[in-house]
Design a binder for this molecule. Structure first.
Ligand code: GLA
Length: 381
């Protein structure tokens, strides 16, 4: 049974009728441009064909009741009195809070949520949750959708309600993705350019099946380190320091600060170069840039992990793999590889076996299609 069928069945069982509205928002895999978004830099993610779905119907009061099939837990929220909570429910409270803060006249609703984006794997299940919630609130309240504004709202909820200093990449791609394209995003201006994926390749997600705790605090540390580095150059963000300026600079940075800055500044350039290579349908160059990105994340930014490094090494050694790197925040989770279409199956089999033989862990490996952004999948009116 598909996720959607299960969701509909559960909805009928619980409410004795079909939902009025069904929305969904995708997770993402970032091809390149890692830990650059909160430095106002460039990123190149694509949405994946995995989603958070919500089936819902309106209520006549200001309550939101939402049950998750995966977590078997319930949100029961009054829009007139939003308090902090914990776990996935905190995102629901955060999204409700940001809409109220911005004077959106939203109504109460009730429904069921389900998804197939692995949690904590670096595929942005939390941004998909936030964006699907925004879709649900706006659709049920008959309000107009502005993807970039909603991405900003979701980031604000992350930063100010949940307490993670995340950038805006994940929310922007979940809200605005285009089928069959990756999105070059300028995280300062929020301008986007959709670039086609090289024709003869598949994007393969390599989930190490490892997850790291305490990731929020390590992530916030990196944000602070970057801000320190930018300050040393007299700027607010590292976006304003070009690779040239950095290489020629006589400013003495403390070693960690230097390494963090070198990663961000070089990664911005790699991301722009990769987008150009994609437009030229040149997977070899994109792959090389992905390999360099991984090295930089491993050595300078220090957000990779033993398993991610093993996964990337095994992937790069396969014939027909143009490049591989960790993706997302890091410290565990997924890598991503660009692979010739015709060897995809063999590649997946080999990686599974080698990674399992080396680590004793069973990975999850899947080819991903670049999917569309968040949508109202069904609305009865
Ligand atoms: C997480 C954050 C993003 C981004 C990446 C790293 O996914 O939510 O904003 O910073 O890590 O590139």
């Amino acid at each position: 049974m598909s996720i959607l069928e299960k969701l509909l069945q559960e909805f009928r069982d619980q409410f004795d009728e079909a939902p009025e509205t069904i929305v969904r928002a995708p997770g993402r895999v970032n091809l390149i441009g890692e830990h650059t978004d909160y430095n106002d830099g460039f990123v190149l993610p694509m949405a994946i064909d995995r989603y958070i779905w919500i089936a819902l119907r309106p209520r006549d009061d200001q309550r939101v009741l939402l049950r998750s099939l995966e977590f078997e837990s319930l949100v029961d929220l009054s829009l007139n009195n939003i308090q902090h909570t914990e776990g996935w429910q905190e995102y629901v409270h955060g999204i409700a809070w940001v809409l109220k803060e911005n004077k959106f006249d939203v109504r109460g609703w009730e429904g069921i949520l389900s998804g197939n984006i692995p949690v904590g794997a670096g595929l942005s299940s939390s941004a998909a949750l936030e964006i699907s919630l925004l879709k649900a609130f706006l659709a049920i309240s008959d309000l107009d959708w502005d993807g970039s504004l909603m991405a900003k709202f979701a980031r604000k909820a992350d930063n100010e309600w949940v307490g993670v200093k995340s950038g805006i990449m994940d929310q922007m791609i979940s809200a605005n993705a285009r089928k069959d394209y990756a999105m070059l995003l300028d995280c300062r201006s929020l301008s986007t350019e959709f670039v086609p994926l090289p024709k003869e390749i598949n994007v393969i997600v390599l989930d190490t099946a490892t997850r790291r705790g305490l990731i929020d605090s390590k992530y916030n540390d990196r944000v602070n380190e970057c801000n320190t580095a930018a300050e040393c150059f007299g700027y607010e963000t590292l976006r304003d320091v070009s690779l040239e300026t950095f290489e020629e600079s006589k400013i003495k940075l403390e070693e960690t600060t230097f390494k963090r800055a070198r990663h961000v500044i070089s990664e911005n350039q790699r991301t722009l170069d990769a987008a150009k290579a994609m437009v030229n349908n040149d997977p070899l160059i994109v792959g090389d840039l992905m390999n360099s990105s991984h090295e930089s994340l491993k050595k300078d930014y220090e957000v990779s992990s033993k398993e991610l490094n093993i996964m990337v090494r095994i992937a790069k050694d396969q014939k027909g793999c143009h490049g591989a790197r960790m993706t997302g925040a890091g410290f565990g989770g997924c890598a991503v590889a660009l692979v010739q279409k015709e060897i995809t199956e063999e590649f997946q089999k080999n990686i599974y076996k080698e990674y399992h033989d080396t680590t004793g862990i069973k990975p999850n490996i899947y080819a991903c299609k670049a999917g569309a952004g968040a949508e109202v999948y069904y609305h009865s009116s």
